[in-house]
Design a protein around this ligand. Sequence first.
Ligand code: 3H9
Length: 697
Amino acid sequence: MQDQDIKSVKTEIVGDIALVCVDNPPVNALSVHVRRGIQDAVAEINTAQSAKVIVLYAAGRTFIAGADITEFGKPPMAPALPDLLNEMEQSAIPVVCVLHGTALGGGLEVALASHARVGIKGLRIGLPEVLIGLLPGAGGTQRVPRLAGIPVALDMALSGRQVPAQEALEMGLLDALEEGDPRDVALKAGQEALDGKLVTRRTDMIETKPDDAALDAARQMAARKFSNLVSPQRCIEAIAASTGPIADGLKIERKAFMDCLDTPQRAGLIHAFFGERAVANIPEKKAPPREINAIGVIGGGTMGSGIATSALMAGLPVTLVEVKEEALERGIATITKNLDGGVKRGKLSQKQRDAMVANLKGATDLAAFSDVDLVIEAVFEQMDVKKEIFTTLDSVCKQGAILASNTSYLDINEIAAVTSRPADVIGLHFFSPAHIMKLLEIVVGDKTAPEVVATGFALAKRLKKIGVRAGVCDGFIGNRILAHYSKTASYLVLDGATPQQVDDALEAFGFAMGPHKVGDLAGLDIGWMTRKRKAADRSPEERYAGAVADRICENGWFGRKAGRGYYIYDEGDMHPNPAVAEIIAKEREEAGITSRTFTDEEVVDRYMTAMIVEAARVVEDGIALRPVDVDVVFLSGYGFPRFRGGPLHYADTIGAAELVRRIEDYAKEDAYYWQVPTLLRDMAASGKSFDDINKGG
Ligand code: 3H9
């Protein structure tokens, strides 16, 4: 069917009221046929004079959620939304909008260009464009300041936050708030407009009150907080222009919007938006998830407490088991502290926090799990300990209960094999702090049942996390890739860069923190333990990357918790640890390395190429279902800059052929570490991109 044949806007005349209903599931996005439908409806009603007021509302679960994001990056199709809204604003017959669910981006802009706005309780409005690398591009930067002032426009457009209906009413962005079905409210609003009880007026006729102080503060905030992003600054520029004639302001807004549309940032952020939804598309998606009404957590350390907190926050009753009473008390105290933190940050009310604490039980015996539907084991990473626990769980848990391990690298198949129910065993790999981090790797063993996988995904959703399906291997998706590319940072340091240079270059690229700072934060002892664990498996051909970090750890400098690691932490101040420079110099001397200089660009290129190499192998091995799954893991669990879309989206901006050339070039120095993955070589030969693979190519 052609776009113009789709009928997604219907008009119904009821007395003097024309009801115009947008019906474009799932979220009533402003696809071209919706824009044409609204344009035609308003024009026809004006020509035929078939009503005295037009009321625009939407069918389904929400009002218009914005422009159709899938159209961005494709050739434009008329009418452009700004033109449509200018026409609508000039309609001689007044237009009233009735909003329910969410009115976001272009959806809110439709409402702003109409002549009155009525919200239905539960509504949330927002301008989330900046979150996808854009700015409100259909009058939002001009009409919000006219109706609610510059500070409100800056707050909404720069944060992208969803404003609740009552607040929107107080801000002046809504004229009334009602309860009821959208069509009923639309009829009532139409009648009130006819009776003069609901005042209709043109937004473009209102003048914006200047506020230079608010604009300056926003500019400074954006320079600090969004230094890597283009659209926030452009958004402020457009809002600043709202004090002049609206036609001029709209021109400035349009230019800024079109410029942002053209940036790789916009493409990266939209890839992230759709990627977070695409990862739910798993082979097991039709399997019915099991019901989860109560969960058990083993281990009251940071991880177990975080997982328990997350489950409690989702309204699930939790039983926490620790071996000793003392450790149990510590675990419960950590959970309570986490929940108190939620109250302090305004995420939870005191009443909610109290209900959650009441939902938590503690025990020192695994028999306490006899009634739970899911157990998550979060004890330390030792296979024999895990096997013992799973053997006991198998005997105490009821039939149908799911037995999950939070292991970050151990073999789920080996753990499952000690139970009589390997189909019920799964990996649920949370990221620390588990009540805050969004990612949940759902690790599927050879025998895991489809409905157990589906339950893992349903749980992720309930915990407000993003579930990504991973296969079994050492480290699954994220930690396997991390283990590979983190060596590059060490090689760069051994060969001549400083830890600070590596950190600074990668932070400038967009990472929240460079790898040495991350190591200090996580605790350098963790990597040290892993290196010792893997020492026996290391190939003699492999260049050892851990020498500097080992020496640092031998001094007991485990990072932040010890007050020093790569950096020294001194009452909020942080500076490079001078002793590390000495360690590096000594290691270089012993290894006979002549130090050389690397530009920041070389640092980023090597680091990113190593990440892409292992990411490609993870896709090739089927550990990740698609390249986008790797992207989402890194965006939601590893602080990868969202505006770059993830490592494999970024790889597409370089191209497979160039990546192969780079790897072959680096291989001249270290042919063991730098090997071209078969998938990447094939892609270079065929001209295929990771995005083609995402699309099934
Ligand atoms: C804009 O408006 C620019 C203008 O200023 C200027 C223009 C000139 N387009 O999230 P869900 C899909 S920029 C196309 O799972 P929820 C989504 O992919 C836009 N598709 O549901 C998913 O598809 P699938 C500003 C969209 O209930 C399905 O709908 N607006 C769009 O958890 C369900 O989505 C935004 O940025 C879209 N705009 O949340 C709002 N939105 O089922 C973006 C969603 O195939 N949207 N889809 O995976 C949202 O924030 C959430 O979707 C929403 C619903 C809160 C609305």
